[in-house]
Design a protein around this ligand. Structure first.
Ligand SMILES: [Zn+2]
Length: 544
């Protein structure tokens, strides 16, 4: 052993001693946990796991699952069948809405024909139509930054394949695509460096800024960002009127064959439908732009078929439950959104969160351990377009946000645990600024720290009390405990989130097994403890 290594070992030993001596002081309130139950949950989760099998069906058989698409419905039927097989009760679809049209891809072919053939890596943007057979046409570069650009291209785009975005500048990747949080990073996130920023208050400045066309992100589709929606509708109406054959974008992120893109149109049947649209890999997009800049007009071919589902415009959530034994009207919920974007198969967003929630209830149902409270699983629809499924659910069941007239169910909802941050291990749990909740969660994670969940975060910052990001915020929006886990990012931001590489192979088996085990353990503890969990504090000032 060399000297630095000895120093490191000594340092680690000293830290271990220090943490031993301060450990009791960090847990002022002990929540008694059932270690026998924990052993059984761990055995079921690690020896008989079905989480990857769930994921296989959700992503590889039924994916992708754009809200209200035929695939999404078929996936929901499968999930309900599974839940019934495991003995869940009251398994059903809960409708909300109307959401609007479902949509999915039936066919995509794209190629550069001249000056030399190349197959184009890409996929159609959601809620855009097909080409009605194969179209071969000249490429035209016509970046549309705002309505002011329309005049430049008026009358020049008929029958053309139009690149509506600037070429993208690409840089060398010098860092690993995947990342696991280090102990230092987790430690840093458990601290609140500046308590003057508590999380309460208006949304981040610039959050709803006008997007560039082609940079279609989920936030621009929601009513929270009307400017994005107006611009998208203007662009679609203009391109349609000009008789454009196909519109292309390079995606809003990604390279090296990975394309991040979501929608080009909207589920709202009243919004204008644009021309067929696809995102292609930015290297190939840039090649077409460079050819044009050199005075060479490439010919491109596209053959795109898409399917609008207009039979039933109502959205839906999948719900099932394990009834409680003595306090069945008190409810512990677990879940995640079931819908996805279309480029990949929605494996990490949010096949894993759905597979984990299903596996958590399967574990609990299989163990047949009595739980006083009902454990309910919900697989939301319409999350990607603006949390529609969970927002509708909490308002139907607990309290409409405008009146805040609480239903009897409001006081009986104990907690909702959400999983929607990719496929990474659970590394910490959020306590939404509630000190009592933090102490309880500390007791729950104390016996499972070896599995990589190390701490409670969000000790000072309260919830934003505004919906955004993911479905747990729909609960905290009306003052309920909507709890999320901090997960290892893995390749979520760099490779899979809303991309064509959101695929089964990018999911790490051990990570989702750990997530399912922890979600089952948290749900079990909540469903069996004497009292319901303390509620988040909603007395802080909010803007809405
Ligand atoms: Zn998601």
């Amino acid at each position: 052993m060399n000297l630095p290594r000895i120093r490191a070992v000594l340092a680690a030993f000293t830290i271990a001693l220090l943490s031993l001596s301060i450990a009791p002081a960090q847990q002022p309130v002990e929540d008694k946990v059932d270690l026998g139950a924990l052993t059984q949950i761990k055995n079921e989760a690690f020896q008989h796991s079905q989480v990857m099998d769930n994921l296989f069906y959700i992503s590889e058989v039924y994916g992708p699952r754009v809200t209200n698409s035929r695939n999404h419905r078929a996936a929901a039927e499968w999930a309900m069948q599974q839940m019934k097989t495991w003995g869940l009760q009251n398994v059903h679809l809960e409708k909300w809405g109307p959401f609007g049209d479902g949509w999915q891809i039936k066919k995509y072919y794209g190629a550069l024909e001249t000056p030399a053939y190349a197959a184009l890596i890409g996929f159609p943007l959601a809620w855009t139509p097909g080409t009605n057979g194969s179209v071969t046409a000249d490429a035209v570069l016509a970046p549309l930054h705002s309505e002011a650009d329309f005049a430049k291209y008026k009358g020049k785009l008929k029958g053309k394949i139009v690149l509506i975005f600037d070429p993208r500048e690409l840089s060398l990747h010098t860092e690993a695509e995947a990342h696991r949080l280090t102990d230092e990073e987790i430690e840093a996130r458990t601290k609140t460096p500046d308590p003057s920023h508590t999380g309460f208050g208006p949304p981040r400045a610039g959050a709803a800024a006008t997007p560039r066309p082609g940079e279609y992100t989920p936030s621009t589709l929601s009513t929270a960002a009307p400017t994005g929606r107006i611009l998208r509708n203007q662009v679609n109406a203009f391109l349609k009127e000009e008789g454009v054959a196909v519109a292309l974008t390079p995606g809003y992120n990604g390279d090296g064959g990975t394309i991040f893109a979501s929608y080009g149109g909207s589920q709202d049947p009243k919004d204008p439908v644009g021309p067929p649209m696809a995102a292609i890999t930015p290297e190939q997009y840039n090649r077409i732009c460079r050819l044009l800049q050199h005075g060479i007009t490439p010919k491109l071919t596209f053959d795109i078929e898409t399917e609008y589902q207009k039979d039933d415009l109502m959205g839906f959530n999948v719900v099932g439950e394990i009834p409680g034994t003595t306090k069945a009207d008190e409810v512990v919920m677990v879940g995640g959104h079931f819908d996805s974007w279309q480029g990949g198969t929605g494996a990490t967003d949010n096949g894993t969160g759905s597979a984990v929630a299903m596996e958590a209830v399967r574990i609990l149902a299989t163990l047949h351990k009595p739980m006083a409270r009902t454990v309910r699983v919900a697989l939301w629809g319409g999350e990607e377009e603006g949390l529609y499924g969970s927002l509708a659910y909490v308002q139907q069941h607990f309290a409409p946000r405008d009146t805040m007239k609480k239903t009897p169910e409001y006081d009986k909802l104990d907690v909702y645990f959400n999983d929607d941050s990719g496929s990474g291990k659970f590394r910490a749990v959020s306590a939404l600024g509630n000190a009592e909740l933090a102490a309880i969660f500390q007791s729950w994670i104390a016996p499972i720290k070896d599995l990589g969940i190390e701490s409670v975060v969000g000790l000072t910052a309260g919830p934003t009390l505004q919906p955004g990001g993911t479905d747990s915020t729909s609960f905290s929006w009306i003052g309920l405990d909507g709890i999320g886990f901090m997960q290892d990012p893995l390749e979520y931001g760099s490779r899979t989130h809303h991309s064509n590489m959101d695929l089964y192979d990018r999911v790490q088996t051990g990570d989702v097994m750990q997530g399912a085990m922890i979600e089952a353990w948290f749900a079990y503890n909540a469903a069996t403890r004497a009292e319901m969990l303390p509620r988040i504090d909603t007395t802080a000032p909010t803007t809405k």
